[in-house]
Write a protein that binds this ligand. Structure first.
Ligand code: 5RP
Length: 262
């Protein structure tokens, strides 16, 4: 086991390694974005190269698309694949009903479109992402650049009447400039602290002119695969009401780590 892998990376890897068990030959698979999803893409790439797995991948960001191609996955646009068997992605928070906050990496729009176009969405995460109530993680909202300050003011005004604890927001930056998403938009991060009614919040936010999409993923995720640094994994399937425990052999994965660690 390479010494430089942090416990959190081992946990993310364990979740990713378990989640690819859901991928079958011939499937169309949505490929998530972020550091946990990157492990999944690398593991899938290894299965393509070494085991001859045949899949069609649909990436949720330019970054994931580049990585997937690098590791040997056949990547096609969503409009070519049309409907996917499965999407595997990370999350910033998940609750007991597998409602999520996503968009910490800025890819929420493509992630939501791809996940919604899938028969099943599996979230891979470490245990620190589990929350009782969504909202400690700032909620990303993608807004068009035109008049973003006005959109921000409208959002903050609207939040006064909603069941949230905070209502300040900030424009996400990349160094000193506004962060720009793959779709050419900006992100406002909403410090809500606690979201009492995610469904209402999501509906209201998406009605504000200038808002493209928000990072609440409600009733989209079916399964969460939670990895731990010792290789143990818990898989919760909300539809089947099933919880399974398994263990990934991190020592046996040593070669893979050496091949694919950043
Ligand atoms: C990107 C996302 C990511 O899935 C989320 O931020 C989790 O990232 P990580 O796996 O790096 O913790 O939503 O838009």
């Amino acid at each position: 086991m390479p010494q430089n892998l942090s416990p959190i990376d081992k946990a993310k890897y364990a979740a990713a390694k378990r989640a690819v068990d859901y991928v079958e030959d011939g499937m169309k698979v949505g490929l998530g974005s972020g550091s946990t999803a990157a492990w999944m893409v690398k593991v899938l790439g290894e299965m393509v190269r070494e085991e001859g797995l045949k899949i069609m991948g649909v990436a949720t960001s330019a970054r994931t698309s580049e990585l997937a191609r690098q590791v040997g996955i056949d990547v096609v646009p969503l409009d070519e694949a049309r409907w996917l068997d499965l999407t595997i992605d990370g999350a910033d928070e998940y609750d007991a009903n597998l409602n999520l906050i996503k968009g910490g990496g800025g890819s929420l729009l493509q992630e939501k479109i791809v996940a919604t176009a899938s028969d099943q969405m599996i979230v891979i995460a470490d245990a620190a992402k589990e929350v009782e109530t969504l909202g400690a993680f700032p909620l990303p909202v993608e807004v068009i650049p035109f008049g973003w300050r006005t959109t921000q003011a409208l959002i903050e005004e609207t939040l006064v009447n909603l069941d949230v604890l905070g209502r300040s927001s900030s424009l996400r930056l990349n160094k000193d400039a506004p962060f720009v998403t793959d779709e050419g938009n900006h992100i406002l991060d909403l410090s809500l602290r606690r979201i009492g009614n995610p469904r209402q919040l999501s509906l209201v936010l998406n009605q504000i002119p200038g808002v493209v999409e928000n990072g609440l993923f409600l009733d989209i995720c079916d399964v969460v695969v939670i990895g731990h640094a010792d290789g143990s994994v818990e898989t919760r399937d909300i539809n089947q009401g099933r919880v399974e425990h398994s263990k990934i052999d991190l020592v046996e994965s040593d070669n893979l780590f050496a091949d694919i660690a950043d």
